[in-house]
Design a protein around this ligand. Structure first.
Ligand SMILES: Cc1cc2nc3c(=O)[nH]c(=O)nc-3n(C[C@H](O)[C@H](O)[C@H](O)COP(=O)(O)OP(=O)(O)OC[C@H]3O[C@@H](n4cnc5c(N)ncnc54)[C@H](O)[C@@H]3O)c2cc1C
Ligand code: SF4
Length: 482
């Protein structure tokens, strides 16, 4: 609930300017291409939107941001056309602004708290963040410059620290440690850094050149990035400590897909969302045979789930050329965990939402997927998650003709590394049990954060965990106290 301060509340009446819409590709056109859906503000749009901020005395928006960016200040700098200073203000707390401006669920965070939201629409904070970050990337590109941290003379001479996993948690922890002068090495299992940002979130929501530029910025901080390093197999934590690393931060994410356990999940044509999106995003399977990795395109595709991962899978299938994409979700649209914007975009692009439906079997023909049997559901009383419990309606089963199924019902922690660490405590879901403020685990010198601790969450929460862990790694190495 927003606490209304006298003067801030009075000021709300002054704003007559409606929220500036985001320019977008036409839904019919974009449903068949992989280019970015949201085109970004122009300078005029950004100035107009920034002018809506009433510069509250007690800015609630900052408290709504998990990393507490000084939103009020960065917006004021935009109104003064001090775009570089505005970006520097954001970067004090957030090292990946072009990414967060695109994928953070602002409607549940800073924008949810914005005082304008009481009588009107909140300031479009995420769009403004994206604008200043993109503007800087464009300026550097126009000048033919690389992204360079500080004055380019930054040197890391303090103790070596290892970071395992290069998603937003690992990248942020590495950046913060490097700023403090630690010699950081990131070990990444895949051939490219970025975690879900490169293998999960599709190009049309988060262009990979944007992610690469943000990673280049971090690399300019003297961080050493070692790819193709499946830790737990190639090296253990013991090896790292023996090699002289003083602390290790584990940020290996939640990359292990869940399945429903229904008959037919082993048929050809059934994918986990992770595999499907990795083939398409990271391995560029949509360019097969130009790229080596194939993908089943499918005429009729069923995606099971209602979160961002399900939306991304359905919209990817549509772009790969499917005639019908069914998104099968067992609750109603109101309970869908995906961002509202993503649900709206999916509907505009022609995705067929089959809400209050649940698969019970995948039916095959000659070893390949042929149909999916679903049962209709109704909603009962709220369950432990606070959402109304879906209940099957007896005898309501029916079949849908399909040739590809994508399971997007959640992911858990991959045990590959964590099972090799003696004494590492896990919680009941198999995630690492780590202190939420410090990232400390049950093993001395070992810290953890991001999805490997929280379970599948958000980019900004992973970044926040990486940042906090960096500070406590600094304290641990300085004091030796655990
Ligand atoms: C399809 C999809 C869409 C999403 N959309 C959004 C969104 O719109 N907004 C949002 O805020 N969040 C979104 N999320 C969630 C968000 O991406 C994650 O919460 C976030 O990426 C977690 O960051 P992380 O650093 O903990 O882990 P990850 O990003 O998962 O990175 C972990 C890294 O560790 C590496 N790794 C794993 N095991 C090993 C090992 N043994 N050795 C070395 N490296 C290893 C992995 O290869 C990976 O690169 C989405 C997630 C998915 C899957
Ligand atoms: S963004 Fe909203 S809450 Fe924050 S200072 Fe501006 S008007 Fe106030």
């Amino acid at each position: 609930m927003i606490e209304k301060t006298g003067s801030d509340k009075k000021n709300i009446k002054k704003t007559k300017v409606p929220r500036t819409p985001m320019p977008q590709q036409d839904p019919k056109v974009r449903a068949r291409n992989f280019q970015e859906v949201a085109l970004g503000y122009t300078e005029e749009d950004a100035l107009l939107e920034a002018s809506r901020c009433i510069q509250c005395k007690k800015p609630r928006c900052i408290k709504g941001c998990p990393v507490e960016i000084d939103i009020k200040e960065f917006i004021e700098l935009i109104t003064e056309k001090k775009f570089e200073e505005s970006l520097a203000k954001i970067r004090e707390k957030n090292t990946l602004p072009a990414i967060c401006g695109r994928v953070c669920p602002q409607e549940d965070q800073c924008e949810k708290e914005c005082i304008l939201g009481i009588k009107d629409e909140p300031v479009a904070i995420g769009r403004l963040e994206r604008y200043v970050a993109d503007r800087e990337l464009k300026r550097l590109a126009d000048e033919g410059k690389e992204c360079v941290f500080l004055d380019g003379t930054h040197e890391c001479t303090r103790e070596p620290v290892a970071v395992i996993g290069s998603g937003p948690a690992g990248l942020t922890c590495a950046a913060e440690l490097s700023k403090m002068g630690f010699k950081v090495t990131i070990f990444e299992a895949l051939h490219k850094a970025g975690g879900v940002l490169v293998y999960g979130i599709p190009e049309f929501r988060l262009p990979k050149d944007i992610v690469q530029k943000e990673i280049d910025y971090l690399k300019s901080m003297d961080v050493d990035l070692k790819v193709n390093m499946v830790m737990g197999k190639i090296l253990t934590l013991d090896d790292l400590f023996k090699d002289g690393f003083k602390a290790v931060f584990i940020s290996t994410g939640a990359g292990l897909p869940y399945f429903m356990g229904i008959p037919g999940e082993n048929l050809n044509g059934v994918y986990s969302a992770n595999e499907y999106l990795t083939r398409s995003n990271l391995m560029k399977a949509y360019k097969f045979p130009e790229c080596d990795t194939p993908i089943m395109k499918g005429e009729n595709v069923a995606v099971v789930g209602g979160g961002n991962v399900a939306m991304d899978s359905a919209r990817t299938a549509q772009r790969l050329g499917a005639k019908n994409v069914y998104l099968i979700y067992r609750r109603s649209e109101a309970e869908m965990p995906a961002r509202n914007e993503e649900i709206e975009h999916a509907k505009e692009e022609g995705i067929n939402l089959k809400i209050l439906n649940n698969p019970v079997e995948i039916i095959g023909k000659d070893g390949w997927v042929d149909k999916i049997k679903v049962i209709k559901m109704e909603l009962g009383e709220p369950d432990e998650s606070g959402r109304r419990r879906p209940i099957p309606i007896k005898g309501s089963e029916y079949d849908i003709d399909i040739d590809v199924v994508i399971m997007a019902i959640g992911q858990g922690p991959n045990p590959l590394l964590i099972s090799t660490i003696p004494g590492l405590e896990l919680n009941s879901r198999g995630n690492i049990a780590a202190d939420t403020e410090t990232g400390k685990t049950s093993v001395k010198g070992v810290f953890a954060g991001g999805d490997i601790v929280t379970g599948a969450a958000t980019v900004i929460l992973a970044m926040g965990a990486g940042r906090k862990a960096a500070y406590s790694i600094d304290e641990y190495i300085r004091t030796g106290k655990w």
